[in-house]
Write a protein that binds this ligand. Structure first.
Ligand SMILES: Nc1ncnc2c1ncn2[C@@H]1O[C@H](COP(=O)(O)OP(=O)(O)O)[C@@H](O)[C@H]1O
Ligand SMILES: [Mg+2]
Ligand SMILES: [Zn+2]
Length: 508
């Protein structure tokens, strides 16, 4: 006898509907799974068998072979348990033969027969809907998340017995009533920055505030250096508040990443605001860039997709971790290589780094009290140089505030409105090239389109070796953002001069 059921697996954020086929044949009792299963899937054998027994159904005492197709897809995780159980029980004649193909099934089975929540429900259900599924069966706890996907009917199940009753097994039916289980609370989401944090809270720091506004308007990566306690972290956490809402496509992608990472609370609905992630420098490389044993999970850089990645005390991060940021900074995604294949996750984040000027933090002002040797000082910030700083358009020195009574500071709402207008100007100009912001504009385009008169001083500085070609490109990028913020059609000499002051210095 053959039984079939549809399930769904994820490769990165991409979901694929799979077909599970179970074959029950005479012979010595055995249970074989074929079709590239990883460890978690192999453990599915034990879980499925135990769950069936706990549902007071008799496991077929014959040769059971289950194959998952297409075989070429790497399959990971426990989300296929439910489809496997349904296929086997259909093959054993314990439920209606056609039941398993009437829906796409997603769920892990507990040994007690309970259907347990899985991660990545949103991208999985979205893939099922895209593949034409009309009904999806998901764990009860995941109904709210699955229901975020339009155009598909969502049925929640608490237990295998409950599902089997629905599929025509009357023995399981009586148990269904007993199997009620309160839904577990979802893991709390960590995606949203403190929404109460307003830019009005930050006193003084005019230059850093301006740099933050420019970063928000142009999508520029930002480095802030300065001693501890001057407001670098305060400023960084306020950047997401200056950014516009996520586009509908980004909202689905960002929510899907957080669903997979286990940091999404479906009761808040789709995530529509740019995320903020601030991994600590002691976090593992896997936690930051993504990783895991079999198929990799998204890390902080992917949870920050379409939002802000904040590296506080950036020089303290292991060089290896800083180096791995290079690929996502270039491509907007990260590719994680594992034994079972490569997994891709989106990672198009805006990078904000904060750093002390030196290890002791006191190398600033006219009479620095710094106790570090010149060599230690130089090597400290140098850890950020090379490929990383090449992509950082803005560098601002943040100094201690002298007086805190310098009048009310502008609020997030006021600055965000200017940012939105500037972004719209840039979008209208750059969309035809596929660039979303000035930060993405190519050097060639910048050099060709910036009015000559605006660049006289910059080219002179270049000729004299005061700035490098890359430094000049960064200056032009920022100059365009300053023009956008001022509502001008193109930068003038003053914008270029201001941009020079805000650019990322080559660290000597
Ligand atoms: N410019 C500022 N305006 C208002 N409060 C500030 C400012 N700078 C520092 N603070 C206060 O000091 C604390 C530490 O600031 P923080 O942003 O963590 O500094 P940093 O990251 O530069 O070490 C803040 O929580 C805030 O209470
Ligand atoms: Mg700080
Ligand atoms: Zn020092």
């Amino acid at each position: 006898m053959i039984g079939r059921a549809r399930g769904v697996v994820l490769a990165g954020l991409a979901g694929h509907v799979i077909e599970v086929e179970a074959h029950v044949a005479p012979g010595l009792p055995s249970f074989t799974l074929v079709g590239l299963p990883d460890t978690a899937l192999s453990e599915a054998r034990e879980r499925v068998r135990a769950a069936v027994a706990s549902s007071r159904l008799t496991w077929p005492a014959r040769r059971v072979t289950v194959s998952l197709s297409p075989a070429s897809l790497p399959k990971s995780g426990a989300g296929t348990d439910l489809a496997i159980a349904v296929a086997v029980l259909a093959a054993a004649g314990l439920i209606r033969a056609d039941a398993g193909m009437s829906a796409v099934h997603l769920g892990e089975l507990g040994l007690d027969g309970r259907v347990r929540a899985v991660r990545g429900v949103l991208p999985a259900v979205a893939a099922a809907a895209k593949a034409g599924a009309r009904v999806v069966v998901v764990p009860d706890e995941c109904v709210a998340e699955a229901a975020l996907v339009p155009g598909v009917e969502v049925r929640g199940v608490r237990s295998l017995a409950q599902l089997l009753a629905a599929y025509g097994n009357s023995d399981a039916h009586e148990l269904a009533a007993l199997a009620t289980q309160a839904p577990l609370a979802p893991e709390p989401g960590s995606a949203s920055p403190d929404v109460m944090a307003d830019l009005a809270d930050v006193r003084g720091q005019a230059e850093a505030r301006a740099a933050l506004e420019v970063a928000a308007a142009g999508g520029h990566h930002l480095l802030m250096t300065g001693p501890p306690g001057v407001g670098k972290s305060m400023l960084a956490t306020r950047l997401p508040g200056l950014l516009p809402d996520l586009s509908p496509a980004d909202a689905v992608e960002v929510t899907s990443v957080h669903s997979l990472a286990g940091t999404f609370d479906p009761s808040v609905g789709l995530l529509t605001r740019p995320p903020f992630e601030a991994p600590h420098h002691s976090a593992s490389a896997a936690a930051i860039v993504g990783g895991g044993a079999a198929l990799a999970r998204p890390g902080a850089i992917s949870r920050a997709h379409a939002g802000v990645l904040f590296l506080d005390e950036a020089p303290e991060f292991p060089t290896r971790v800083l180096q791995t940021l290079r690929q996502p900074l270039e491509r907007g995604e990260v590719v994680l290589h594992r034994a079972l294949g490569a997994t891709r996750y989106p990672a198009r984040f805006q990078l904000v780094m904060a750093a002390n000027p030196c290890p002791c933090g006191k190398y600033y002002g006219p009479h620095p009290e710094c106790t570090c040797t010149p060599h230690v000082r130089r090597t400290y910030l140098h850890r950020l140089s090379g490929p990383l700083l090449d992509r950082v358009d803005l560098h601002v020195d943040v100094r201690p505030v002298r007086r805190v009574d310098d009048g009310p500071a502008e609020s997030t709402a006021v600055v965000a409105a200017r940012v939105a207008q500037a972004r719209e100007r840039a979008r209208a100009r750059l969309a035809e090239h596929g660039w979303g912001s000035n930060a993405q504009a190519h050097g060639r385009w910048l050099r060709d389109h910036t009015p000559r008169a605006a660049c006289t001083d910059l080219w002179r500085a270049l000729d004299h070796g005061v700035v490098s070609v890359r430094g000049a490109d960064r200056t032009l990028r920022v100059a365009w953002t300053l023009a956008d913020l001022a509502g001008e059609p193109a930068p003038d000499a003053a914008h270029v001069a201001q941009a020079l002051a805000l650019r990322t210095r080559e660290l000597a």
